[in-house]
Design a protein around this ligand. Structure first.
Ligand SMILES: NC(=O)c1ccc[n+]([C@@H]2O[C@H](COP(=O)([O-])OP(=O)(O)OC[C@H]3O[C@@H](n4cnc5c(N)ncnc54)[C@H](O)[C@@H]3O)[C@@H](O)[C@H]2O)c1
Length: 327
């Protein structure tokens, strides 16, 4: 099954990031010849790469995917590419021009270079954002992408269509994966767009009342990062091409349930308080239908929310302790 990876040269754009670093770890289990990571470290880090940065088969190219010469140098001679470098949804909204350069223009350059250098297959990180507020729950891949209102979701959809058209025109094999709400150890904790889980973990650690804005009914489909990495490897290893897959956990969890679970796994008796919602989230529900990935990629998530939150909490509290000790 993993014979494609063995002895292959693989490029991962954004490989120093949250999900990318787990993809590298998953690939290393299958004896690739070389893994090249291209990342400008705006969000990725050496900490994320701690388990493999000294590995002689891993080459880290610090740089930007907008640097065409560097991108070409990284792509030339590679068998496979995982394209994961991207701006976050809020970063695209606050700077759409940069969003255009990173998400659209550079993805276009990358696809052209993959054709030029005869890359055998690309795995593209797309997003459930393409659905906006979906029409059906659980959401199949056939739900339409016209309800998305974000630049980020639009850019991901365009990326998928770009790969489709290059498959049609130049026979470049690809698979696009629409991740739902990915969480886990190494997720962003200090950045501008700190996730709600991290805010609540801070409250649990400091004994502060955790706040829920709105009634807490907004739901998400939280998928653990190690499962997402496995989905990426399954997408590369299979012979499937020209397809897009949902990658979620297929469990709908409201924010209120998420907080209850976080309190439970950390044996906390804090009582949440509700506050008026400041902004209305147009996407009030997320729930993936993964059946296509199960049928065609033999992929199924293995880590449930409780297990994932235990692992996340352990990692986060250890990280905070280590930071405090080093100060
Ligand atoms: N985390 C999620 O919940 C989620 C959900 C859906 C889709 N995705 C997609 O999955 C992929 C990985 O996301 P992540 O959560 O690991 O995010 P991340 O921000 O941790 O990883 C992205 C990496 O890309 C790098 N990068 C950004 N711009 C770059 C540039 N111009 N040149 C080179 N490197 C650059 C960053 O430094 C970072 O290491 C992204 O494409 C993202 O859009 C993530």
């Amino acid at each position: 099954m993993h014979n494609k990876i063995q002895n292959s040269v693989i490029l991962i754009t954004g490989g120093a990031g949250f999900i990318g670093s787990y993809v590298v770890e998953e690939l290393l289990k299958n004896n690739p010849a070389k893994i090249i990571i291209l990342d400008n470290l705006i969000r990725g880090s050496f900490d994320n790469m701690g388990s493999f940065i000294g590995n002689p088969i891993v080459e880290f190219a610090e740089g930007d995917i907008r640097d065409m010469a560097l991108l070409e140098k990284c792509i030339a001679g590679t068998d496979y590419v995982f394209h994961m470098a991207a701006l976050r949804i809020n970063a695209c909204a606050s700077n759409p021009r940069e969003g255009f350069d990173v998400m659209l223009k550079s993805t276009f350059e990358l696809v052209e270079l993959c054709v030029k250098h005869k890359v055998k297959k690309v795995i593209y990180s797309s997003s459930a954002s393409v659905y906006g507020l979906a029409q059906h729950f659980p959401t199949p891949e056939t739900d339409n992408p016209y309800d998305n209102q974000t630049f980020y979701g639009g850019a991901k959809m365009w990326g998928e269509q770009l790969f489709r058209s290059f498959k049609f025109m130049y026979d470049l094999d690809y698979v696009a994966l629409r991740y739902f709400n990915v969480y886990g150890a190494r997720m962003d904790t200090d950045g501008k767009y700190t996730e709600v889980m991290i805010r609540w973990l801070d409250c649990i650690r400091d004994g502060h009342v955790p706040l829920i804005y709105g009634d807490g009914s907004t739901s998400m489909d939280f998928v653990y990062v190690k499962d997402v990495a496995k989905a990426n490897v399954a997408a590369l290893s299979s012979d499937v091409t020209d397809e897009v897959f949902n990658i979620g956990n297929c469990e709908e969890t409201s924010l209120k349930q998420l907080l209850e679970m976080l309190l439970k796994v950390n044996n906390s008796s804090l009582i949440p308080e509700f506050r008026e919602e400041k902004t209305v989230n147009p996407v009030s529900r997320r729930l993936a239908d993964n059946s296509k990935a199960k049928d065609m990629l033999d992929f199924e998530p293995t880590i449930n929310l409780e297990e994932g939150l235990i692992e996340l909490s352990r990692w986060y509290f250890e990280k905070k302790k280590a930071t405090a000790l080093s100060l």
